[in-house]
Design a protein around this ligand. Structure first.
Ligand SMILES: Cc1cc2nc3c(=O)[nH]c(=O)nc-3n(C[C@H](O)[C@H](O)[C@H](O)COP(=O)(O)O)c2cc1C
Length: 194
């Protein structure tokens, strides 16, 4: 049963929140297909389909941790202390599924910014679909997203891909706490002409 069987789709959208600490089970294979298919409904100027995803699960998550953490350490990032490495490894070991996210940029009349935005909206559809199916997710750019070696080793050629980080996906490790969201009026005004 999905969340939208019991609450309105709008309520489902506004009750989404990111959950970092996740455990098994991950969405089942048919659910993952629905989640990824939801990404295909993202708005997309020029129908370029710029979004790219790599599924990382099972024993490949430990390989991802080794690859990314080694690359981050080699890059000399002073924030990657032994304590930080330990906590990242523990976190990753409990997450059952990662998606690596990228935008493949095509030269031409569609601005790069628009292609990255289209990929971002595809990721948003994934976040919402995960939530609606009763799972949790967390978008992170913490794991070597800005270290070129990491994106190359994930198969996102840096010549034409912008690496957008990772989604951790799984079952929330605790009940999802309610969160107060800001009032939209603080961010919205009416334009009435010059
Ligand atoms: C592109 C992107 C990258 C992010 N990277 C990180 C990150 O590396 N570390 C982190 O703590 N939060 C990161 N966040 C924020 C979380 O994914 C999450 O949105 C935030 O904790 C707020 O939770 P909410 O989505 O429930 O409002 C990122 C968000 C976006 C959109």
């Amino acid at each position: 049963m999905s969340l939208t069987d019991t609450v309105s789709p709008l309520h489902a959208l506004s009750s989404r929140r990111s959950m970092k600490f996740l455990r098994a089970p991950a969405p089942k294979p048919d659910e993952l297909e629905q989640i990824l298919q939801a990404a295909m409904s993202a708005p997309d100027h020029g129908a370029l389909r710029p979004w790219r995803f790599k599924i990382i699960r099972g024993e490949n998550i430990a390989k991802l941790a080794d690859m990314a953490l080694d690359a981050v350490k080699r890059s000399g990032d002073p924030r990657m202390t032994p304590e930080k490495e330990k906590s990242v490894r523990e976190w990753m070991a409990s997450v059952p599924l990662f998606l690596a996210l990228a935008a493949k940029i095509e030269d031409g009349k569609i601005q790069e910014q628009e292609q990255i935005l289209a990929a971002g909206t595809a990721v948003m559809n994934i976040l919402n679909a995960v939530h609606m199916l009763g799972y949790g997710a967390f978008w992170s750019t913490g794991l070597g997203t800005y270290v070129e070696e990491v994106q190359e080793k994930l198969g996102f050629d840096s010549l034409d891909h912008r690496f957008l980080g990772f989604l951790a996906i799984g079952t929330p490790g605790c009940e999802v706490p309610k969160i107060e969201r800001p009032d939209f009026r603080k961010f919205t005004s009416e334009w009435t002409g010059v």
